[in-house]
Design a protein around this ligand. Structure first.
Ligand code: ADP
Length: 411
């Protein structure tokens, strides 16, 4: 790597989309935070369809958003189109300033406890994990292969969604099922959204003016997918997602916790196939299953109009959230902060207010005025007297991936 190479391209490859950000890890920070100036951000969606779309914003040049529509056949074509957009801004992938490419990889199993430079053996191991992450790892692998073909000489780093959770103790990670069966099929709780939980728990400590090693934080990552984690002294000790991202909180389209016997019942009594049950619980449940909408803004609008179904969906969502706050308070023993993050957590004041309502005895409270403030900055929303800080901490998974990638290639 050349001494001037300070840029990192972050790639998040989904089955039909690629999200990307190019960051400069050597330039002055853009928000007073540790590092990382965004040079360009973008997204290719509907890959493989006639109506693929590329949206590219060259932030460095103060440039205007550019949108291109038209068939993009596969990930290879998508990445080449992204490379062309970047090149048009003088930020091409062939630039000597590019230090590395950081890939978001959803499942790293137990083997990958930290970001890892990708070689053939690492790629083979990520492939070996496909059976436990059939919806996510294949797309991540395609992204890696494509990027490696484009720049075989460049370090490429995998940053795993599961890595932050590998510190969970066995008693939190194991399901209470037959050990031999569990081990034979690698069935255990892995947890996801780890990059976000790592970033947000660290930022929360920063907000409190403390070292992460000194504080216990409950992180509530509430996006379309949602998960909670208990972080003790900077290390994850429990998290709500399990073998797959289906377990835990009520999500946009996923049920979260459910009696596993519901699945046998659906098979035996309702005659549904395994794939149909999978689709029901992952795509047609959660908020969308309960009320037909998964966007919290729409649900709040309907509640304001007196819609009972939307109200019940909201109440079920909050009830589950409260149960996890209670459970993780018990797991941690002492809680310094509860941090809300992601689309819902950062934006939906009524969710934050309702999740904490009635928990004063546990030291939790929200100040209505502070909670109503809209801001992109980390902030406290609890009153001064509250024993536990309640915070809103915007997540930044791309920055975290870029930081971890840059740190690794410079190690
Ligand atoms: P993901 O990355 O899981 O797709 P995000 O973290 O971007 O999701 O969160 C998306 C969700 O955030 C939306 O489905 C919507 O429910 C919620 N959301 C976004 N903006 C707002 C807002 N202003 N008020 C309430 N909810 C919001």
């Amino acid at each position: 790597m050349s001494a001037t190479a300070t840029r990192v391209l972050v790639l998040n490859s989904g089955s039909s989309s690629v999200k990307y950000q190019l960051l400069d890890m050597g330039a002055e920070p853009d928000s007073g935070s540790a590092a990382g100036t965004r040079l360009a951000v973008g997204l290719v969606e509907r890959i493989g369809e006639e109506s693929s779309r590329l949206v590219h914003t060259p932030l460095a040049a103060g440039g205007e958003k550019r949108e291109t529509e038209g068939a993009i056949a596969d990930h290879d074509a998508a990445l080449k189109a992204v490379a062309a957009e970047l090149a048009a801004d003088g930020l091409g992938l062939d630039s000597p300033e590019l230090a590395a490419i950081g890939h978001r990889v959803v499942h790293g199993g137990l083997k990958f406890t930290a970001p890892t430079v990708i070689d053939d053996a690492v790629l083979a191991e990520i492939e070996r994990l496909v059976p436990v992450a059939p919806l996510h790892n294949p797309a991540n692998i395609t992204g890696i292969r494509t990027a490696r073909a484009l720049r075989p000489d460049l370090p490429q780093v995998a940053v795993f969604d599961t890595a932050f959770h590998t510190t969970m103790p066995e008693h939190a990670a194991r399901y209470a099922i037959d050990v031999a069966t569990a081990d034979a099929h690698r069935i255990r709780r892995y947890g996801f959204h780890g990059t976000s939980h790592a970033y947000v728990s660290r930022k929360t400590a920063e907000l409190l003016g403390k070292d992460p090693a000194e504080v216990n934080v409950i992180v509530l990552h509430l996006g379309n997918g949602a998960s909670a984690s208990a972080v003790a002294g900077g290390r994850c000790v429990d998290t709500s997602m399990g073998l797959t991202p289906l377990e835990g909180l009520v999500m946009g389209t996923r049920s979260g916790d459910i009696d596993p016997a519901v699945t046998f019942h659906l098979k035996r009594v309702a005659g549904m196939s395994t794939d149909e049950i999978d689709a029901l619980l992952n795509k047609k449940s959660g908020l969308v299953g309960l009320c037909g909408d998964n966007d919290m803004r729409e649900i709040r609008r309907r509640i304001d109009e007196g819609d009972e179904r939307a109200r019940l969906a909201f109440d079920i969502y909050i009830h589950r959230l409260k149960k996890y706050i209670g459970a993780y308070s018990a797991v941690l023993g002492k809680v310094d902060a509860v941090a809300f993050t992601a689309g819902v957590g950062e934006n939906a004041a009524p969710v934050r207010e309702a999740a904490v309502a009635g928990l004063e005895e546990m030291g939790l409270a929200v100040d209505a005025t502070l909670n109503a403030v809209r801001s992109g900055e980390p902030r406290l929303i609890s009153p001064d007297y509250a024993r536990v800080a309640v915070a809103v901490v915007p997540t930044d998974e791309e920055l975290e991936i870029a930081q971890q990638t840059y740190a690794l290639v410079n190690a």
